[in-house]
Design a protein around this ligand. Structure first.
Ligand SMILES: NC(=O)c1ccc[n+]([C@@H]2O[C@H](COP(=O)([O-])OP(=O)(O)OC[C@H]3O[C@@H](n4cnc5c(N)ncnc54)[C@H](OP(=O)(O)O)[C@@H]3O)[C@@H](O)[C@H]2O)c1
Length: 283
């Protein structure tokens, strides 16, 4: 068996950077710091190296199949398997972003949901027994946040990845025509896209239960409101959003890293949404 390896996407800054930092301190193997921009990624790795850590940098844009395939080749040749996969890459827009609602929705769907889904399609076959997979999303994305019309289309016991992908396209069409609320989608883009991400996590965990590789756990990790660069612009003078004090990226990362480091043999949580180490019911 190859050397143990953990992968973090979107790890050049924010929550992903701090998750990678914690894994570099605690994971018994190599940690691959990935991101879509090599200059930014190398700067982040230089910072981690100054702390005495040994990050390995690799470029990975989760919206580009060619980029995922190149990364897959590197991992297959070097490690022949994966032990931890943290899908953190995502788009967070500053409060005064000049982009239209549609463009924001499109970029968020393409990165947070479709990017995660492609990554999973390519990397699921490489997961080793006892692998831990974490999709960083939001606990706001529960099924009860949907109106009846769209809620009926997501039966977690049956829905497939392909159907979730089609639903994501339907969501974008509804946003384009300004009718997302009429169709029962939540108002906030992050919430709508997290519904899809959290359902995807459930589906992957559900389907892996029949797999011969044992004890692979797949969960959605909610960081809670976190004071990263873009999120900062949404916070009030007390550092709150909707009355909730935002956490530092360091604090938020501790709970995501905890999911990534769940010991061998742990069988729960699996397929769940986790916030502050607690299961959030997806109803
Ligand atoms: N902050 C919060 O309050 C909060 C709450 C709930 C969920 N989340 C989720 O947590 C995750 C991290 O958020 P954050 O606040 O740390 O955001 P952030 O500081 O904006 O960091 C996002 C990271 O994702 C990377 N990224 C964006 N598009 C990418 C792509 N196509 N391929 C690869 N990497 C890409 C960014 O790279 P560049 O630097 O190159 O742009 C950056 O490294 C996101 O998925 C977000 O949706 C955050």
């Amino acid at each position: 068996m190859g050397k143990k390896v953990a992968i973090v996407t979107g790890a050049n800054r924010g929550i992903g950077y701090q998750v990678a930092r914690l894994l570099l301190q605690q994971f018994p193997g190599d940690v691959i710091v990935t991101g879509k921009d090599t200059a930014r990624g190398r700067r982040a790795c230089a910072q981690l190296t100054r702390e005495g850590l040994k990050p390995i940098w690799h470029e990975l844009d989760v919206t580009q199949s060619a980029s995922i395939r190149m990364f897959l080749d590197f991992i297959t040749e070097t490690y022949r398997g994966v032990d931890v996969l943290v899908s953190n890459a995502g788009t967070v827009f500053p409060k005064d972003t000049p982009l239209s609602i549609y463009r924001q929705a499109e970029l968020t769907v393409n990165t947070n949901f479709k990017g995660t889904m492609s990554l999973m399609r390519y990397f699921l076959p490489l997961l080793r027994p006892h692998a831990r997979v974490i999709v960083v999303s939001s606990e706001l994305g529960v099924l009860s946040s949907l109106g009846d019309k769209i809620r009926k289309e997501i039966d977690l016991n049956k829905v497939t990845m392909f159907e979730l992908d089609k639903l994501a396209d339907k969501y974008l069409s509804a946003v384009k025509s300004n009718v997302w609320a009429e169709y029962g989608w939540p108002d906030r883009i992050l919430e709508a896209v997290s519904v899809l991400q959290n359902a995807l996590v459930y589906v992957i965990a559900r389907d892996l239960r029949a797999d011969c590789r044992r004890n692979i756990l797949v969960n959605a990790g909610c960081p809670g409101w976190t004071r990263t660069e873009q999120m900062e612009t949404h916070l009030d003078e007390n550092g709150c959003l909707g009355g909730v004090v935002a956490r530092s990226p360091e604090e938020a990362a501790v709970d995501i890293a905890w999911l990534a480091l769940l010991p061998c043999g742990t069988d729960s949580p699996n397929g769940n949404i986790i916030n502050k180490r607690q299961i959030v019911k997806n109803e």
